[in-house]
Design a binder for this molecule. Structure first.
Ligand SMILES: *Cc1c(COP(=O)(O)O)cnc(C)c1O
Length: 347
């Protein structure tokens, strides 16, 4: 890996962050707060929230077995993705390399920040080769984006290839683990101490059942986390989100139960869908959704919409011609989908 100073944009390296009232004073003994121009009435929403979300991070640290100083929390994973571009990539100079197909936000953030986005096509098993990814780099490649289990394909990426990138790429490797709770693969969280160039993304939006809260997690070296904290909005995670997330950690047994149910339900739904006449192929999944190739995905998508059932049409995505991406719902929802699909086949 290059030194962090070589990788970070010079203006960010030099940046003196905004210092909020709550940054300048932190400690729990004080009881009179006349420092932040807050309204003294309307407790508890009158006070600015903890900018570093330390109570929540303490609890998360226990669940994830990662020290607090290696955790960044943001307004969804999307904030962490955007900050990664803004910290490392000089507009119109630097570039990033990503697998294709994958989650659309990496390219959107690249475009917003005016960073060249280089795509490396996956093979027919939706796997990548570290060698091909490295061949796509040049001296200005700062980041690589991997997503495992991958969206929209649903499969785990090959662990050995990810390790090769972590060992041989000179820049930062982002591994998006939004769906890791549904996967039998080992998380890269445990490898953080080994790889100073690793950023692992996770989220409260999927297994945790908290998409509405907008809470994303980035795990990385203490130095990278400090950079995130320096560039983020001062109060990027609001009080209600911090409280609700803490409460969700308290009810973690629910998350575990949902994951178990959804994994079983996925297996069942995959089998049912595979047996329909208009199904060409169900791709193996390690997530709470799966990709299925149909005879005519755009037509079937439209037919389902007319019946009030929304799946994701991935027909125009690389390697996903005639594919629908189906999220696993409740048994009742899944049965409604199956019923509609079997009626389509009869018409
Ligand atoms: C859903 C998803 C996320 C979650 O994004 P949030 O902003 O945390 O809701 C992140 N990465 C991938 C690949 C996803 O599919």
């Amino acid at each position: 890996m290059k030194s962090l100073q070589e990788l970070v944009r010079p203006n960010i390296w030099r940046l003196k962050p905004y210092s909020s009232a709550r940054d300048e004073y932190s400690g729990h003994e004080a009881s009179v707060f006349l420092d932040a121009n807050e309204n003294p009435y309307n407790h508890p929403n009158n006070r600015y929230p903890d900018p570093l979300q330390l109570d929540l991070k303490k609890e998360l640290s226990r669940v994830k077995q990662v020290p607090i100083e290696n955790i960044f929390l943001g307004n969804g994973s999307d904030e962490a993705i955007d900050l990664t571009f803004r910290i490392f990539c000089e507009p119109r100079v630097d570039n990033v390399v990503a697998i294709d197909p994958t989650y659309g936000m990496y390219q959107v953030c690249a475009d917003v920040n005016d960073i060249a986005y280089r795509k490396v096509l996956l093979n027919e098993h939706f796997q990548f080769s570290a060698e091909q990814m490295l061949e796509a780099t040049d001296a200005h490649t700062k980041l690589m984006f991997l997503c495992s289990p991958n969206n929209p394909t649903g499969n785990n990426l090959n662990r050995g290839e990810i390790e090769k990138l972590l060992e041989h790429f000179e820049g930062i490797v982002v591994v998006d683990e939004a769906y890791i709770d549904f996967s039998d693969a080992r998380s890269f969280l445990l490898d953080l101490p080994k790889y100073p160039n690793l950023i692992v993304l996770q989220t409260f939006s999927k297994a945790w059942g908290c998409a509405a809260l907008r809470l994303g997690m980035a795990f990385a070296s203490r130095e990278i986390v400090s950079l995130f904290n320096k560039v983020k909005y001062p109060y990027n995670v609001n009080l209600l989100t911090q409280k609700q997330a803490s409460e969700m950690i308290f009810r973690y047994y629910e998350v575990e139960r949902w994951v178990k149910v959804l994994k079983e339900e996925r297996k069942w739904l995959e089998k049912q869908i595979a047996s329909l006449p208009d199904t060409v192929n169900v791709f193996p999944s390690d997530a709470n959704f799966f990709l299925v190739r149909m005879t005519d995905a755009p037509a079937i998508y439209k037919y389902l919409v007319e019946r009030g059932i929304i799946v994701r049409n991935r027909h125009s995505v690389s390697l996903c011609g005639n594919c629908l991406r189906i999220t696993v719902g409740t048994r009742i929802e899944n049965e409604q989908l199956l019923e509609a699909l079997s009626q389509y086949s009869k018409v």
